[in-house]
Design a protein around this ligand. Sequence first.
Ligand SMILES: [Zn+2]
Ligand SMILES: [Zn+2]
Length: 228
Amino acid sequence: MERVSEHIWSIKTWMLIPVRVWIVVDNDGVTLVDAGFPFMAKGILRSIDGLNAGPLQRILLTHGHSDHVGAVKTILASRSVPVYAHRIEIPYMEGDLTYPRRRKPEHNVAKGLAKPLAETPDTGLEKVAGLKPYLTPGHSPGHVAYYHEQDQVLLAGDLFTSKNGKLRKPMAMFTADMEEAVRSSIIVGQLNPQRLEICHGKPVLNPAEQLEEYMKMAHSSSHKGAFL
Ligand SMILES: [Zn+2]
Ligand SMILES: [Zn+2]
């Protein structure tokens, strides 16, 4: 477990690629952002208990791919907490809709398990546990990034990967719409976080400084083929 900022910790494992989940502490207790692979459940719960920061209150999902929801079932078996994702993402993770560019529907969570994130009247999303959710579609149709305003940390899920401290595109093979994902990256310019946390890569500091370069690189390489 690594301390990211005043209120945030990350837990990392490795399964061909790095996989991270985040623990966010506020006055009410603990919020888990993403739930990795099934085998991570025990370690996640042990880490939460070890923090002594109150009980787990909820699980927030950036999106519904299997490497982000894997431990949900086991965690819920011992902690009765709500699970939230964007309403656009829920039918894909439940298997009612097929993720774009996938051959068949995935049933990554049981039906009715994930609740939609609360929306504000201006079509934004309501803040929860100090985290403001932002819809950032492309990698998946209802992908969300969570911004911790006080700590200035953006938990960006699979909006990016990174290499040597540089922003990189999300993994093409698992990305529904790369051009849309690249467009969604402007969130980094709008929020100007001090630190960007990525599920399958190392964090990136002051990512807004690289945004222009990233956009150029992403656009120039976006026509080289679907999988590279
Ligand atoms: Zn994903
Ligand atoms: Zn992923």
